[in-house]
Design a protein around this ligand. Structure first.
Ligand code: GLN
Length: 481
C-alpha cells in the first residue's frame, strides 16, 4: 500500500479494497517500524485514526474529494491546532499551536489524514537536518548519510513509505535539495502561490511551502489543494489556480530547454553530471530542443542570499523573547536576564549565527554596504532569470553538486554546508518556481534534476516532470530498509 500513488489509493478506498482506517494503521505501523530514521518529531496517532474514520464515512456517502482518507504528514513548521509545532527548535518544544496554518486547514478540509509532524532543521536553517533540536533525520537510501534539509524529515518519510506525501518549505532549497537526496519529487512554487499564514517565518520574502511526493502527478494533486489566494497572507497571489492534474498530459514537442553554463561547471560531481546528461537526452527524445545559455550573476547568489535571509530571520526571530510564548529560562533575575538566557538557551548554534549575521548586516553603518547591496544583487539575479526565460521555456540544472553527504561531514564547516544549496538558492531570490525530479543514481544514491520555470508556470513544470516519469522509472525506485 505504501508504494501506491494517490490516485491508486483513492481508487482502493472507493472500491472497498481497504478503508482509510486500515491504510492509516498501515502507515502508523511503518512509522513505528522505522523510528530510527527519526523522520517524525510528533506522531498524531489518535487524531489520524479519528480523521480516517471520518474520511471512511465521507467516502461511503459518495461525497469525498480525491485526498479524503489519504495519509500525509506536515513539516513541523506548519502550525497545527492543538498539536505541538516545534519548528525543530528547543525554543518551541513546548508550543502547542492555537490555530491551523492555511495549508493545514486546506488539507483537513479535503479530508486528508495527518499522520504527524516531520523533522526539520531548526527554524528551517540548514541543508542536512542536523541542526534539529531532535537530532538528524536519516536518509533511507543510506542511513549514514543526511536526507538533506531543511525538509529532511519530509523527504525521508516519503522516500521510506512512511507517508504517501508530505509538505515542505523552501527558502533557499529546502524542498528541492532533500527531494534530490532522497529520490523523490519536490516542487517549490512561485513565491505567493501558496499561503504562508501559519507557516513559521524564517525569511519572509523567500519562504514558500510546497508538495513533496513520489510522483509529479501526486505533486499536482497536492498543489491543487495547497495553492490559492489567502486574505490572511498579504503576499499571497490573487490569481486563479489552474487545474494542475489536467495539465499533466500535454506533449513536450517543441519545448525549449536552456542549460546555463554556470550551473554545469566546476564543483559539479562527475557522477551527478553524467546522470543529468542522460536525463536531458531523454527530453530530447520527447521532442524538446536544448540550448546552452548563460546567467552571469548566478555566482553572487549564495552571498546575497545569506545576507538577505539572515537579515530577515534576525527580525522574524526577535519574537522569541521568553515572554509571550516558547521557551523561558529558569528564575530570571530581571527582564534583560529573561531575554538573554531564554534566547541563549532556547536557540541552537546555527540559528544564533544567523541572528548575529543578520543583525550586523542591518545595523546602522553597515546596512548600505551589506543589506542594500544584497538587494541590488537580488535584482540582477532576477533579471538573469527573466532574460533566460525570454529565450527558453524552462531552465534545467542540477539540484545539488553531489549526492547525499555523510552525517557529520559538514557540521563544522558552515560555508561548505551553505554551498550544498548553490544550485537552488538563486531561484528563491528570483521568486520563480522549480522542481526536483528523480533522474537516476550515482554510487547508489539518488540524483535530482532541477526544472525551473517562469512565475506561475507550475502547471507546465509538473507536465514536464510527469512526461519524463512516463518514460523513466527513477521515481518508482524504493530504498531497501
Ligand atoms: N540551506 C538553506 C539555509 O540554510 C536553505 C534552507 C531553506 O530553504 N529553508 O538557509
Amino acid at each position: 500500500m505504501h508504494t501506491k500513488t494517490i490516485n491508486q489509493l483513492a481508487q482502493g478506498l472507493r472500491s472497498g479494497e481497504f478503508s482509510s482506517v486500515e491504510l492509516t494503521q498501515h502507515f502508523l505501523q511503518r512509522i513505528r517500524q522505522h523510528e530510527s530514521l527519526n523522520a517524525f518529531i510528533t506522531v498524531t496517532e489518535g487524531l489520524a485514526l479519528q480523521a480516517a474514520q471520518a474520511a471512511d464515512q465521507r467516502i461511503a456517502s459518495g461525497d469525498a474529494s480525491l485526498l479524503a482518507g489519504i495519509p500525509i504528514a506536515q513539516k513541523d513548521i506548519f502550525c497545527t491546532l492543538g498539536v505541538k509545532t516545534s519548528c525543530g527548535s528547543k525554543m518551541l518544544d513546548n508550543f502547542i499551536a492555537p490555530y491551523n496554518a492555511t495549508v493545514v486547514e486546506k488539507f483537513n478540509h479535503a479530508g486528508a489524514v495527518m499522520l504527524g509532524k516531520l523533522n526539520m532543521d531548526e527554524f528551517a536553517m540548514g541543508s542536512s537536518n542536523e541542526t534539529s533540536f531532535y537530532g538528524p533525520a536519516r536518509n533511507p537510501w543510506d542511513t549514514q548519510t543526511v536526507p538533506g534539509g531543511s525538509s529532511g524529515g519530509s523527504a525521508a518519510a516519503v522516500a521510506a513509505g512512511l507517508a504517501v506525501a508530505a509538505t515542505g518549505t523552501d527558502t533557499g532549497g529546502s524542498i528541492r535539495q532533500p527531494a534530490a537526496f532522497c529520490g523523490i519529487t519536490g516542487l517549490k512554487p512561485t513565491y505567493g502561490r501558496v499561503s504562508r499564514y501559519g507557516m513559521i517565518a524564517y525569511a519572509s520574502s523567500l519562504d514558500q511551502g510546497g508538495p513533496m511526493t513520489r510522483t509529479a502527478e501526486d505533486a499536482a494533486i497536492l498543489l491543487q489543494t495547497m495553492a490559492g489566494f489567502d486574505a490572511k497572507d498579504s503576499t499571497s497571489a490573487d490569481l486563479p489556480v489552474p487545474d494542475y492534474p489536467a495539465a499533466l498530459n500535454q506533449p513536450l514537442a517543441g519545448l525549449k530547454i536552456g542549460l546555463p553554463k554556470e550551473f554545469f561547471g566546476e564543483g559539479l560531481d562527475s557522477g551527478v553530471a553524467a546522470v543529468l546528461e542522460t536525463a536531458i537526452s531523454e527530453y530530447r527524445k520527447l521532442g524538446a530542443e536544448v540550448a546552452d545559455i548563460s546567467m552571469p550573476n548566478l555566482n553572487m547568489a549564495i552571498p546575497a542570499y545569506y545576507v538577505i535571509a539572515c537579515a530577515e530571520s534576525s527580525a522574524n526571530l526577535s519574537r522569541y523573547d521568553g515572554v509571550r510564548f516558547g521557551y523561558r529560562c529558569e528564575s530570571p533575575v530581571d527582564l534583560t536576564d529573561l531575554y538573554t538566557r531564554s534566547r541563549g538557551e532556547g536557540f541552537g548554534k546555527e540559528v544564533k549565527r544567523r541572528i548575529l549575521m543578520g543583525t550586523y548586516a542591518l545595523s546602522a553603518g553597515y546596512y548600505d554596504a551589506y543589506y542594500l547591496k544584497a538587494q541590488k544583487v537580488r535584482r540582477l539575479i532576477s533579471q538573469d532569470f527573466q532574460q533566460a526565460l525570454a529565450q527558453v521555456d524552462v531552465i534545467m540544472s542540477p539540484v545539488t553538486p553531489t549526492t547525499a553527504f555523510g552525517i557529520g561531514a559538514k557540521m563544522d564547516d558552515p560555508i561548505a554546508m551553505y554551498l550544498a544549496d548553490i544550485y537552488t538558492i538563486a531561484i528563491n531570490l528570483a521568486g520563480v518556481p522549480a522542481m526536483s525530479v528523480p533522474a537516476g543514481f550515482s554510487g547508489g544514491m539518488p540524483v535530482g534534476l532541477q526544472i525551473i520555470g517562469n512565475h506561475f508556470t507550475e502547471d507546465r513544470l509538473l507536465n514536464i516532470a510527469h512526461q519524463y516519469q512516463q518514460v523513466t522509472d527513477w521515481h518508482q525506485q524504493t530504498p531497501t530498509l
